[in-house]
Design a protein around this ligand. Structure first.
Ligand SMILES: [Ca+2]
Ligand SMILES: [Ca+2]
Ligand SMILES: [Cu+2]
Length: 367
């Protein structure tokens, strides 16, 4: 055995690789030790996750206690189905809204502005991000293999790695992101972690490709970026957050972000140092939970910082091509000191095959 932790296969829950949205059969190397090597390109491209001076010293913050691997296997019944998927979708009227921000609070390179009037036809969107329970239903039904499982690794926040974890490679511009072999949606902190106690949390380590595959199976689709923002604003006009302009009205925590000193000390004052249940915190005016914070959410659009300046203003779908897909809403790692992208106009992106421990998705559908 080499010192690299391998995906824990004992439980037989490794994906079969038989299902792919395009009908392609993904041939997986199944022999021991055949973990695909990480592409350097993928490591370098992970940078939209943050932009700060790399800190000199990364102290693990509150190592996650390793838990037993998720029991189960091919013969295991999928977790009890929550409400039907349709019940989780809220119908929104659409119409005209003011998209973007013009107050200069964002990173100029993100292209939040200018504020523009955008018109949308009615659509439906998830009240919640897709949970581990939901994603498990999809995988149980299809045997789908996520990008993280195909690559053999994903990005894990350093604070979740136990002190005795073997050395990991870091993203140069964001050294708190570590390449962890065996990290995937079922093992969010690596092979020895489990989602057993987190079935109602937002699924993470899902790439844009994985989100698309889930959507095809569930008969839904990803929201366009404009739909996402319209829904996230909850009927408010040009407010900073989905609930208003104040981060903590009356001292209340309204979302799952970082409290303390990033990236070393997360006090978890809002109740969570990692992901939270998808229905945590108060919903916005449209009944959506956790649009701000908790997990970044994939949108359908290719990312461009400028396309919207001249692009369509009626049901915009983003540029026709690109290299990265839009993510919105920020995550439990966001902190005003380095990345206040939990603001409702904030935007970022990542490549479609990238997966991280703080990115999931919410689905949408035509009305
Ligand atoms: Ca938190
Ligand atoms: Ca979110
Ligand atoms: Cu952030």
């Amino acid at each position: 055995m080499n010192s690299t932790p391998q995906v824990n296969d004992e439980s037989g829950d490794a994906c079969s690789g038989a299902y792919h949205p395009d009908g392609l059969r993904i041939e997986l190397a199944t022999s021991a030790g055949a973990t695909p090597s990480p592409s350097a390109e993928r490591l370098e491209r992970a940078e939209p996750l943050g932009r700060v001076e790399p800190s000199e010293r990364i102290e693990p913050i509150g190592p996650v206690t390793p838990v037993a691997p998720t029991p189960g296997g091919p013969g295991r019944a999928p977790p009890p189905a929550p409400d039907t998927l349709a019940d989780d979708l809220v119908l929104l009227e659409g119409g005209t809204f003011l998209m973007g921000s013009g107050d200069g609070s964002g990173f100029p390179a993100d292209g939040e502005g200018p504020v523009r009037e955008v018109r949308l036809r009615p659509f439906r969107i998830g009240r919640y991000a897709v949970s581990n329970a939901r994603f498990a239903e999809f995988v149980a039904a299809t045997g789908y293999c996520t990008d993280a499982e195909r690559f053999g690794w994903s990005f894990v926040f350093v604070g979740f790695l136990p002190a005795n974890f073997p050395p990991t490679r870091a993203v140069a511009e964001a050294p708190w992101w570590r390449q962890v072999f065996g990290a995937d949606w079922r093992h969010p902190e690596g092979p020895h972690s489990s989602i057993a106690e987190r079935m109602d949390h937002a699924v993470v380590h899902t790439s844009w490709n994985d989100a698309q595959a889930y959507c095809r199976w569930a008969g839904v689709r990803l929201p366009t970026e404009a739909e996402w923002e319209y829904a996230a604003r909850g009927g408010l006009v040009q407010k900073r957050f989905p609930w208003g302009d104040e981060l903590r009205p009356g001292g209340r925590h309204m979302c799952n972000i970082w409290q303390g000193t990033f990236p070393t000390v997360n006090t978890g004052e809002d109740g969570y140092v990692g992901t939270a249940p998808v229905d945590a915190f108060e919903p916005n005016g449209y009944g959506l939970h956790n649009v701000a914070g908790n997990v970044w959410e994939w949108c359908n659009d290719w990312f461009s910082p400028t396309w919207h300046r001249t692009g369509a203003r009626v049901d915009p779908r983003g540029p026709a091509t690109g290299s990265a897909r839009v993510i919105r809403g920020g995550s439990f790692l966001c902190h005003a000191s380095y990345c206040d992208r939990y603001r409702v106009a904030a935007r970022s992106s990542n490549t479609p095959d990238s997966s991280t421990g703080h990115t999931g998705f919410r689905v949408a559908a035509d009305a």
